[in-house]
Design a protein around this ligand. Structure first.
Ligand SMILES: Cc1ncc(COP(=O)(O)O)c(C=O)c1O
Length: 363
C-alpha cells in the first residue's frame, strides 16, 4: 500500500466551533476564602434538609430507573402537565441537545440546512448546540435593555427555521420577557416552528408581568420549556434538568436518550429538592435581596447595571480589566464576557463581599 495514512479525524466543521468556556474558579489569596461567583451556581448548595436525606438507604449498586419515573411524576404534579410530557436529561443542556436531535432534520441531498434563531448575547451553548445539530444558527442581537428582541427574532424567521430559542431571564444580562411581549411574538411564529423557552433561572423571577413558559406551553402546541435543578435548587454538580414538550416529541426523545442519562443519586436529589419548598423560598428571598443591594451599590458608584430577575447582575464597567483584577485580589471570581461583567448573587455573606468589592474597585 502506498500514500499517507490519515488517522481518524473529527468532522471538520466542528473544529470551527467556539469551545465552551466555563466560569473560572476564584484566585487563591492567603487569608481569604475563595468565592466563585462566575457560574450562577447556588453558592451554599442545597439546604441541610436535602443533604441530610440524600444518602439515607441509598442503593449505590442499582442502576437508575431509566425513565426517572418518580421525578417525572413529581414534576408533573408540580407543574400541572402530564408526566408523559417531561423528559429528564443530564442538565437542561442535555435536554436541549436531545430535543434538537429529534427536531432538526439531517440535511443531505442538497437541501438547505435548518435554521435556529437565538438571542445573542445569551447562553454560551446556543451557537454550539445549533451547529452540532447540523443547523445554521441565526443570532439576533439583544434589545438595549438586555432582553431578547422578540420582534427582531420574529423578523429573522424564514421558511427554513425549525426552532427559536428564547431565554428568560436572559443569561448573562438578567431581564425577563413579559407575557404580553411573548403573546405578540407567538402571533408571528408559524405553527411548524418550535419555540424553546429556556427558563433555567425561573425560580428567581418576581415580576408579576413575567412570562411563565409552562402556562404558554399549555396554550400553544409549538412550545417546549427547559428547566433545571442546577441553579436555584443547588444541584449543578449532579447534572439533572428536563424539557417539557409535546407527547410526540417526548416519545421520540425517550427513544434516543442515553438510557441512564440521569443518575439515581441525581434523581433522588432532585425529588428531595423539589419537595424542599421552604429551603428554596429562603434561598430565593436571599438572592432577590442580594441582587437589589448589588444593583443599588453599582448605581451608587455611577455604573449602569441592568435590572435582573435572576441570580446574577450584569454591567459594563467603565474599566472591566481593573474591576476583574480587583475581584481577583479579593479572591472572588466573576464572569467576564465581551466588555461586560456578570456577578452571581450568592448568600448574604457572599453579597457582603461583593458590596465591599464594588466599593473598593470603584475608588
Ligand atoms: C440560560 C441557561 N440555560 C441552560 C443552562 C444549562 O444548565 P444545566 O445544563 O446545568 O441545567 C445554563 C447554565 O448556565 C443557562 O445559563
Amino acid at each position: 500500500m502506498s500514500g499517507t495514512f490519515v488517522t481518524p479525524q473529527p468532522r471538520p466543521e466542528l473544529m470551527e466551533l467556539p469551545a465552551y468556556r466555563a466560569g473560572k474558579p476564584a484566585a487563591v489569596v492567603p487569608g481569604l476564602t475563595p468565592l466563585k461567583l462566575s457560574s450562577n451556581e447556588r453558592s451554599e448548595g442545597p439546604s441541610a434538609a436535602v443533604r441530610a436525606r440524600l444518602l439515607e438507604e441509598f442503593a449505590f449498586n442499582r442502576y437508575p430507573d431509566p425513565m426517572n419515573t418518580e421525578l417525572c411524576v413529581a414534576l408533573a404534579a408540580r407543574l400541572g402537565v402530564s408526566a408523559e410530557q417531561i423528559v429528564t436529561e443530564s442538565g437542561s443542556l442535555g435536554a436541549l441537545r436531545l430535543l434538537l436531535d429529534v427536531l432538526i432534520p439531517r440535511s443531505g441531498g442538497g437541501e438547505a440546512p435548518a435554521e435556529i434563531v437565538y438571542p445573542w448575547r445569551s447562553f454560551e451553548a446556543y451557537p454550539i448546540l445549533a451547529s452540532v445539530a447540523g443547523a445554521t444558527g441565526i443570532p439576533v442581537p439583544l434589545a438595549v435593555d438586555g432582553t431578547n428582541d422578540l420582534e427582531a427574532m420574529a423578523d429573522a424567521i424564514t421558511p427554513h427555521t425549525r426552532a427559536v430559542f428564547v431565554c428568560t431571564p436572559n443569561n448573562p444580562t438578567g431581564p425577563i420577557i413579559t407575557r404580553e411581549q411573548f403573546a405578540d411574538f407567538m402571533r408571528r411564529v408559524p405553527a411548524n416552528v418550535l419555540v424553546i423557552v429556556d427558563e433555567a433561572y425561573t425560580e428567581y423571577v418576581d415580576d408579576p408581568e413575567a412570562l411563565d413558559g409552562i402556562v404558554a406551553f399549555s396554550e400553544h402546541s409549538n412550545i417546549a420549556v427547559l428547566r433545571t435543578f442546577s441553579k436555584a435548587h443547588g444541584l449543578a454538580g449532579l447534572r439533572v434538568g428536563y424539557a417539557v414538550v409535546s407527547r410526540e416529541l417526548a416519545d421520540a426523545m425517550w427513544r434516543i436518550r442515553p438510557t441512564f442519562a440521569v443518575t439515581a443519586l441525581a434523581e433522588r436529589a432532585a425529588v428531595l429538592a423539589l419537595a424542599d419548598t421552604e429551603g428554596l423560598a429562603a434561598h430565593v428571598a436571599e438572592v432577590q435581596h442580594g441582587r437589589r443591594a448589588i444593583i443599588n451599590a453599582l448605581r451608587d458608584v455611577g455604573e449602569h447595571p441592568l435590572e435582573s430577575q435572576s441570580n446574577f447582575v450584569w454591567f459594563v464597567p467603565r474599566d472591566p480589566d481593573s474591576f476583574e483584577a480587583c475581584a481577583a485580589r479579593a479572591a472572588i471570581s466573576v464572569r467576564r464576557l465581551d466588555g461586560g461583567i456578570r456577578i452571581t448573587v450568592g448568600d448574604a455573606a457572599a453579597t457582603e463581599r461583593v458590596l465591599a468589592l464594588i466599593a473598593d474597585a470603584e475608588h
